[in-house]
Write a protein of this length. Structure first.
Length: 154
């Protein structure tokens, strides 16, 4: 058999490629920063466990995640909670009324915190970008739809 087709298990496993990191500012809420810190701690533990067990695939995976979350922690910019609810800002909770009558509430958060199914959208999302600086009653276009801002909370 040709050596080209034989896997040498004694060789070090190549590292996994880095996860892409957004070029946008890494603005976070206090909860988002805490989640990043928790991820760093989690992957430090996973990395140590993989080293102890000499589990090269787990070591590569933990190393990749640790590089990502360490980078995100180093670049995190903690945004203060909005002082007032007169206009939409990072960290606000907004309630919108869609053209089809659905009312939805979202908190505007950092990229790593975003989870639309749980009511958190990134400040870079089309809806959040359209709403930034708006006041209750304003109608904005996000994508191909119009939404009305009906409430702003902290």
């Amino acid at each position: 058999m040709s050596r080209a087709f034989v896997k040498n298990t004694d060789e070090a496993t190549d590292e996994l490629p880095d996860r892409p990191i957004s070029p946008q500012p890494n603005i976070v809420t206090a909860e988002g920063l805490a989640a990043i810190e928790a991820n760093v701690a989690r992957f430090q533990d996973e990395y140590a466990r993989a080293q102890t067990q000499n589990d090269r695939p787990a070591l590569a995976a933990a190393s990749r995640e640790l590089r990502y979350w360490s980078s995100r922690m180093a670049s995190a910019q903690l945004a203060p909670m909005p002082a007032d609810t007169g206009q939409v800002q990072f960290g606000c909770q907004v309630t919108i009324l869609r053209h089809d009558g659905r009312q939805q509430t979202y908190r505007i958060v950092g990229e790593d915190e975003a989870d639309p199914t749980n009511g958190k959208i990134s400040y870079l999302s089309p809806v959040a970008r359209a709403l930034m600086g708006c006041r209750v009653g304003d109608v904005v276009t996000a994508g191909n739809m119009e939404v009305e801002l009906v409430a702003i909370d902290v």
